[in-house]
Design a protein around this ligand. Structure first.
Ligand SMILES: Nc1ncnc2c1ncn2[C@@H]1O[C@H](COP(=O)(O)OP(=O)(O)O)[C@@H](O)[C@H]1O
Ligand SMILES: [Mg+2]
Length: 328
């Protein structure tokens, strides 16, 4: 008969989205019914499990498409699952960073070759740099290129005033990494290190960060873990040691700024634009600002300029973006 232990284990595995564990408990229950001579129930349960396994297998093999894994139960409030379709062609990075990110992707694509030599792909990364320079986008691109789900950790859901609860929630997420291979993205991870409690509780923030670092250190799944921060200086040196690589994001060079703009203006005839004039107007804008300005310019071109995208239209859009940041 189903006992309390099995019931609790099933609820737990359901909450964690651990289908394999859930099904193996169901099989265990079927086996017990079988032994007690309740063959009808045993058979029903066993058939159900088999058909679910078949479906999961089919989803997995269908053209290498990642099976849809939706976080359930408590985990659903802590991570958001998406299936990015972005790829490297969408991402504009400086040469060094571009090479590094390509290398990460390759290590995972070719991990079998690495494993044959007793090596493993690197899995724990820290991205730091100003807002809008592509940290979140890189996490999506890595997931997209590797056909993995992207699990964005919702730190607001993780951080509670009660230390014990934060640690328990982090544990749920780190357990999920073992159960479902994916890219786990901790955005603005510095929030873990700065207390949001009522009374600047430094001790509390420190314990929260420490439990994150400890989970990170002990973690040995196949998932990729990326933490991002806009304030590298807020981070303790202790945090860097726990990552296998730390990548620095920067605002774009004039050449990269042009690439971002061009990528967003593909439908327009922009070959003969006065690019020298345009790039003079991009100073200090992030890649996100440039992408937004390009979209603004595209709308202006369609609505005000008979679909013609001129340097003037683009420069005006860039100036308007700069003005938003109070730097015109
Ligand atoms: N390096 C980049 N290359 C191309 N587009 C970018 C880049 N960085 C930012 N963008 C554009 O800006 C948007 C927001 O960037 P995001 O990755 O969220 O920045 P961050 O996480 O560093 O704050 C992206 O969705 C994309 O449209
Ligand atoms: Mg981001």
């Amino acid at each position: 008969m189903t006992n309390a232990r099995q019931l609790i284990a099933m609820i737990r595995s359901h909450a964690a989205g651990d289908d394999e564990r859930f099904l193996s408990i169901a099989e265990e229950i079927a086996g017990e019914h079988e032994r007690l001579g309740r063959t009808k129930v045993a058979g029903d349960v066993q058939r159900l499990v088999e058909s679910i396994r078949d479906n999961m297998e089919r989803a997995k093999t269908a053209g290498g498409i990642t099976p849809l894994v939706r976080p359930r139960g408590e985990l659903a409030a802590l991570v958001r699952a998406t299936y990015p379709e972005l790829n490297l062609g969408d991402l504009v990075l400086g040469a060094d960073l571009d090479r590094q990110i390509r290398r990460v992707i390759r290590e995972h694509r070719e991990r079998v070759s690495l494993e044959e030599r007793g090596l493993q792909p690197r899995r724990k990364f820290l991205f730091s740099g100003p807002p809008g320079t592509g940290k979140t986008m890189t996490a999506s691109v890595i997931a997209g290129e590797l056909n993995l789900p992207l699990f964005t950790v919702l730190l607001d859901g993780v951080i509670t005033k009660f230390m014990g609860e934060t640690a328990a929630k982090l544990r749920l997420i780190f357990d999920a990494m073992r159960n479902v291979r994916g890219v786990y993205f901790f955005d603005e991870v510095d929030a873990l290190a700065t207390s949001r409690g009522n009374d600047n509780d430094i001790g509390e923030a420190r314990r929260m960060l420490n439990s994150f670092l400890q989970f990170l250190e002990e973690e040995n799944s196949q998932s990729i873990i990326i933490a991002a921060t806009n304030h590298k200086t807020l981070l303790d040196p202790a945090i860097f040691r726990r990552f296998q690589a730390s990548f620095k994001y920067e605002k774009p060079s004039a050449e990269d700024a042009k690439r971002v703009l061009m990528h967003h203006l593909l439908p327009f005839d922009i070959e003969n634009l006065d690019w020298a004039g345009v790039t003079a107007a991009v100073s200090n804008l992030s890649q996100a600002d440039l992408a937004a300005a390009a979209d603004d310019a595209a709308r202006d071109a369609v609505l005000d300029n008979e679909g013609l995208l001129t340097a003037e239209v683009l420069i005006q859009a860039l100036r308007d973006r700069l003005a938003i940041h109070g730097q015109n």
